[in-house]
Design a protein around this ligand. Structure first.
Ligand SMILES: Cc1cc2nc3c(=O)[nH]c(=O)nc-3n(C[C@H](O)[C@H](O)[C@H](O)COP(=O)(O)O)c2cc1C
Length: 424
């Protein structure tokens, strides 16, 4: 057992001499021992012999300036895997049960956040005294482990009964067992926490970029070309990604819904602005492009409101193509997110177009949906999507946009988990 450290508190009992052998045995097993002696303990063993055997400084006085400078009583109580009290006198048990902290030993015991193992040793009458019974019961209730004293002859002539400090091999077994249990418990707790965290926050540490909503392409300062996208699906995905622990940047076109919680939102108007904001948000592990970006914009928007003149013809709008945000960001290159998910809103041959879009845009997945007016999807709260990838087409049942978002984020988390497993 290496790299383990205990603080051994030696109380002022006749059995204190056994601690010298205990320290030697622990050292042989690779356990480092820092000893604290009570004032009474110094009457039974000397700090010199304890220090010589432990090969560590020995601590005796709460108000020792050198010790405090060197380590400090709080650090002393925390820099251990286990605190052992042996022999624990009746007096030390009483102090511990009462929460006293009037010397170094009792202060360390009050300040520690580590498991405490106590080996009482005293005259049988002291051990069986109602006060000691109460104190032991209190300490057990406080979560302290008590090694029951052995039964036998006492140092005092003619006295026998329970109260002997167990022999060193028995103390060793209890200490090593406690150290082992602590390691296992700590590992189990850590594992459990990690598993729970991984289950609760499967995208923790991932950066996710999402575009959402429509774009507004100006005709003049007051008029624009737009589409019916509400942003509900993209915003729901951003919220679900944030709940999964991801660091989310949402580039949103003009929408009338609130910003999702826990997400960095960049508000834009036009396709050009959306592209620039998305590029600035890179690098990202995942790019999800739900925005209904206008394919065209007015070639030269007027800077002043176009006036209606009596008798004159309606103005002709010349359109020019907008940048393709999905295609631009999905293009091969160092900034390309590892997983690119495009959305395809179609009114006919939904999965056929999606499969073609997968290739032409260099996306990894396309979420396709039928936005024909009869479906009520554009602006509505429900969605029926198909997940298209090189592996084929998955038809998802109709569900709320929230549920689509949760399901998509779960699929993305699975995708990364599978990649991690494959890499191990
Ligand atoms: C010779 C001698 C032996 C003692 N042995 C014990 C003992 O085995 N257990 C015990 O609880 N107290 C024993 N005591 C009493 C303690 O030393 C005394 O209660 C002391 O205040 C304990 O201080 P501490 O708890 O700070 O170590 C003994 C006292 C003397 C003089």
């Amino acid at each position: 057992m290496t790299n383990k450290r205990i603080v051994l508190i030696i109380g002022g009992g006749i059995a204190a001499y056994k601690c010298l052998d205990l320290i030697r045995r622990l050292k042989e097993r690779g356990v480092a021992v820092r000893a604290v002696l009570t004032r009474a303990a110094e009457q039974f063993v000397t700090p010199l012999s304890v220090g010589a055997l432990s090969n560590e400084p020995v601590f005796t006085n709460l108000f020792d300036l050198n010790s405090e400078r060197e380590i400090g009583h709080i650090r002393l109580s925390r820099e251990a895997d286990l605190v052992v009290v042996a022999p624990a006198t009746a007096d030390l048990l009483a102090k511990m049960a009462g929460g006293h902290a009037d010397d170094l030993a009792s202060t360390v015991l009050m300040a520690t956040d580590k498991p405490v193992l106590v080996a009482p040793a005293m005259n049988p009458r002291m051990w069986l005294h109602p006060a000691t019974r109460r104190n032991v019961a209190q300490l057990k209730a406080d979560g302290i482990t008590i090694i029951d004293p052995a039964v036998g002859e006492m140092a005092e002539r003619g006295e026998a009964g329970p109260g002997r400090l167990p022999d060193v091999p028995d103390l060793m077994a209890a200490i090593l067992d406690a150290l082992d249990r602590k390691t296992n418990t700590a590992a189990r707790i850590e594992d459990g926490r990690a598993t729970a965290k991984a289950a609760l926050l499967p995208l923790r540490g991932r950066r996710v970029l999402i575009t959402s909503g429509p774009t507004h392409e100006p005709i003049d300062p007051v008029r624009y070309i737009a589409n019916r996208s509400s942003g509900k699906q993209g915003h729901a995905i951003a919220a679900a990604a944030a709940r999964a622990g991801a660091q989310v940047t949402l580039v949103s076109g003009p929408v009338s819904i609130p910003d999702p919680a826990g997400v960095a939102v960049i508000h834009v108007e036009t396709a050009q602005e959306m592209l620039e904001a998305a590029q600035r948000a890179l690098p990202a592990d995942v790019g999800i492009f739900t925005a209904a970006v206008a394919d065209w914009r007015v070639a030269s928007a007027e800077t002043q409101k176009i006036k209606k003149k009596a008798g004159s013809k309606a103005p002709a709008l010349t359109l020019t193509e907008n940048p393709d945000i999905l295609k631009t960001i999905a293009a091969k290159g160092p900034q390309r997110p590892a997983l690119i998910v495009g959305f395809a809103a179609e009114t006919n041959d939904v999965t056929g177009y999606a499969a073609r879009k997968l290739k032409t845009k260099n996306a990894d997945w396309i979420v396709a949906n039928d936005v024909s007016p009869h479906t009520g999807i554009m602006g509505g709260d429900r969605n029926r999507v198909h997940l298209v990838s090189v592996g084929g087409v998955e038809d998802w049942p109709e569900m709320s946009k929230q549920d689509v978002a949760e399901a998509l984020i779960a699929r993305i988390a699975e995708h990364f988990a599978a990649q991690k497993d494959a890499a191990q």
